[in-house]
Design a protein around this ligand. Structure first.
Ligand SMILES: Cc1cc2nc3c(=O)[nH]c(=O)nc-3n(C[C@H](O)[C@H](O)[C@H](O)COP(=O)(O)OP(=O)(O)OC[C@H]3O[C@@H](n4cnc5c(N)ncnc54)[C@H](O)[C@@H]3O)c2cc1C
Length: 407
């Protein structure tokens, strides 16, 4: 084939079919952040790990998001998982060498009702976890030179982290593949799950069969492709989000992720405080179109200065791939107003999809002996990935211990 100037050169890796059935302690299906978190923590326990990924590199939800580990705004079980995962994010960032910042998040309030939500939540948390800020302090952190009159104040969420979504999973997968006992196989799809030899599970793949003591199937929103009944029972739908990237506005240097009123309508810690209903009513009265598009107006700045801008939410079993320009424009208008800039130069737009369910924020379901399907069905997979993986592996440890005690 003639590869002319400008044409991309396609390089296939792992082109071989397995010579025979291969074996591993732990098999992970899916190299998004949920699969890789399970792989990394399993490898740390001294287990041999194989990761299979149907694509030539992961391009799912884990590279399409804000890279915001939104720890503080979670509640209950999810708050616990998010907090437990925090140390692992920092640990693997340092060992694998990917970019991560203990930057926290900034919530910009533009009305008294928004401020009330922040005050109420800060009163429920330990001192210092949620720091209330004046309008001048918010403006200073946003770097808006002008006196942005729409800002009423806000809060800094101390424990939130940031990573760069465009590079993190590739760097973590690359680092994992260089660790002893870990194999990452790209362009290898899981097709089916059977009983193997010696009480192992056998996973049929597009390149042959792999046997494993434990299998975690971490395929994000595509649970229904492999386990349609489980997906239907958990009510999994695909949530489609519109995102954009913009050039760095002159002089903008943002450490924190930035959230706004509509973010406070989406995360449980905010929605559980007394003023949350008043906030919903206020947004419904002043900007109903933001509710119509399921907006969570927020943004983060990547290490190269570009801004990740979003987002909207639409739910369906199968998603249309088409992006409504009016949705993208409405989100941009809101972000321009928060940043107090005339214009943002958009360089990319894309659709992200994650698994969603009204029945529960997490799917962790044994689907065959030794095989567990894991999917975060609440749009916070970056936030809870490592905490969830830690819990799933600890559960295995306890089960093994109990079996040994009974033997
Ligand atoms: C636009 C957007 C913004 C978001 N913002 C945030 C945020 O700021 N903070 C946060 O915490 N969360 C955020 N989320 C949610 C978060 O990105 C997801 O919850 C998380 O990435 C899900 O990770 P995953 O590994 O389950 O899925 P994915 O990243 O989609 O990975 C699943 C992988 O499985 C592979 N796969 C599927 N089927 C097979 C098969 N049969 N065999 C082999 N491989 C297979 C796929 O190719 C894919 O690479 C956002 C999501 C989107 C879309």
């Amino acid at each position: 084939m003639d590869v002319g100037p400008g044409a991309s050169t396609i390089e296939y890796v792992n082109t071989e079919t397995f010579p025979q059935t291969t074996s591993t302690d732990v098999l992970i299906v899916g190299a998004g952040i949920i699969g890789l978190a399970h792989a990394a923590l399993a490898a740390d326990r001294g287990l041999t790990v194989t990761v299979i990924e149907r694509d030539h590199r992961a391009v799912g939800a884990s590279i399409r998001n804000f890279g915001h580990c939104c720890i503080t705004a979670q509640s209950g079980e999810l708050y616990e998982l998010a907090r437990n995962g925090r140390k692992h994010w920092l640990d693997f960032a340092s060992r694998a060498g990917f970019w991560a910042r203990e930057a926290g998040a900034l919530v910009v309030a533009r009305t008294a009702t928004e401020l009330a939500v922040l005050q109420e939540l800060s009163g429920l948390r330990e001192p210092g976890e949620i720091v209330l800020l004046t309008a001048a302090e918010i403006r200073a952190r946003l770097g808006t030179a002008s006196a942005n009159a729409s800002v009423a104040g806000g809060a800094w969420l101390r424990d939130d982290l940031r990573v760069d979504p465009r590079t993190t999973v590739a760097e973590l997968a690359g680092w994992l593949s260089r660790q002893a006992g870990v194999t990452v196989r790209w362009n290898t799809s899981a097709l089916g799950f059977d009983a193997g030899t010696s009480r192992k599970a056998a996973v049929r793949t597009s390149r042959g069969t792999i046997e494993a003591d434990r299998v975690f199937v971490c395929v994000g929103h595509d649970v229904d492709y492999l386990f349609p009944d489980v997906a239907a029972e958990h009510g999994i739908r695909r949530c489609a989000l519109q995102m954009a990237m913009a050039e760095r506005p002159a002089g903008l240097d943002l450490e924190e992720a930035v959230l706004t009123a509509t973010s406070m309508l989406r995360y449980d810690a905010f929605t559980e405080v007394p003023s949350a209903q008043a906030l919903r009513d206020e947004v419904a009265a002043t900007a109903p179109e933001l509710l119509d598009i399921g907006a969570n107006v927020m943004f983060t700045q990547r290490p190269d200065g570009t801004l990740l801008l979003g987002d909207s939410h639409a739910y369906d079993l199968t998603q249309d791939p088409f992006l409504a320009e009016s949705t993208g424009e409405r989100l941009l208008e809101e972000i321009r107003s928060v940043l107090d800039v005339e214009d943002l130069t958009v360089t990319q737009r894309w659709q992200g999809i994650y698994a969603s369910s009204e029945k529960g924020p997490l799917l962790v379901r044994d689907v065959a002996p030794g095989v567990t399907a894991v999917s975060v069905t609440s749009g916070i997979g970056m936030t809870v990935s490592f905490g969830l993986a830690e819990r799933n592996l600890a559960h295995d440890n306890r089960a093994n211990h109990n079996r040994a005690a009974l033997a």
